[in-house]
Design a protein. Sequence first.
Length: 523
Amino acid sequence: MLMRFYFKNYLILGILSISLLLFLFACQKEDNQIVEQEQGIHIPSPKSNINYSAFLEKFGNKSSSKIEQSPKTFSLGNYNFGKMSNLASKGNEQSIIQYIDTTNIVAFEFDNVQTYTFNVVPTSVTENTFYNIIFYQNENGLQNKLLKYISDNGFFDDDNMRFSGTIYEILEDGTVITKYTQSNQTSNTFSKGVTVEECAFSTTTVNVNCTGDNHEVGDIRCLCGTPGHNCTPAYSYEVTDLVCETIVVGGGDPDDGSSTGNTGTTTDTNPDQNDDGTFNLPTDPVRGERATWTSFFDGLSIDNQTFLNSNTALRSQIQDFLLLNYFSSEAEAFAKSAIDAMMSGDKVNFDEAFIETSTPDDSYVYQGPTQLISNPLVLDNGDQISVSFGTTDSDNINANQLVSVDLVNAIKFAIESANSNLSSSEKIISIYIMATTNGKHSSTSNHSNGTALDISRINGDKMALSGITNQIKELQKAFDGFIFIRENFGPYFKHKFNNANNTWNYSYPVGGHKDHIHVSVRR
């Protein structure tokens, strides 16, 4: 069967406006009427970027974080949309889906055509490969397709480059259903009665006439854009990055009058379907962040690279950490700090995203009362804070140890003060203490006295991966206000108070502490 792959006039001008968002408004003529489309006005692009809330609203699912899927594709019910911290347990251990990124959703909405494309973060990363999931509406409701893109070299290096390569429709476990080809060909020959799916990429030049006298591009008679002529000159642009699903539902060419084909009908029962039995499923590849070990490794110093090359087990551990956190900027920053720390002999726990950092002080010895940090920790205003404790790798000892009463009071004071400056959705409800007297510390560290602790998570989020949040800022600022504060080192700042002369050092020269808040107290 000869399958024709073509695009229909204005419908396709709308659907395929992939790379440009054109919002062109007509100039007004003397009668203040908008110039009609046949005079050269191009309709706005149907492509837009929407947030996840807008996506849910379109399907009446505002309260749920999951979308039910057709069982004939794959079950998405085991996966949460959003960041890693919101992941649900996966029921299929063979799944290639780590999570579905909701930060960049590409929507196409034109008449009866609606598609929504998400970037999929995979469980394993391969050079020049990324994954998308497309949701689209048809008579059977909300459907989806999982696509695997393998790009030609250079695509990840240039945000403006059109996609060039191969696309596969796959199952959740990575099994290939269909291979889509990149081609400029307009026809193929298939055996009768065979259902074929194919995809082609097209770069098409669209010419838009001027809004004055409908002149074409290059027409020297056009005066638009010159003084005294309030109209828009003619212009042209390229339509690129097309992914088009083609479904052939029979054997013959519906236009050839043959009685042997099963694709042609006399009634247009599907307004989105082309006359040859195909329909278009527009999308724009959402590549997400470039996630490659090569790019990370090349950015390291020669000393760092040499160190990793001589420690292959450690290199694999860092690769796994970056993969698990999808090579986020925070994950890469932590990995680089971890490499430097390990080269200096410090301990790093990648599961906890925590570096045991040396914090030497003077020879002060604390001899006051001690207590355990309760869970929950009850603040003076009655609020209860959940407290969890980690175990340090250097000594395999849990952080739930006796500490000074002043240190406990410092935590309570700081959290209550911080929460008074945080919105209801940001309030601190839990902390994770990674070190008190446990861990590897210098001989003069306040940890050894039981007057210091390290907080590595707030509300379950690891500081090494969350970036500097409002909770971190407000908590560190609140610790500065505690009457017996000594050290306040963290991602936001590094302050130290000199109790002898009542002065602050607001740029204390201590390393690390990008992954936790270290505080100590002293009377």
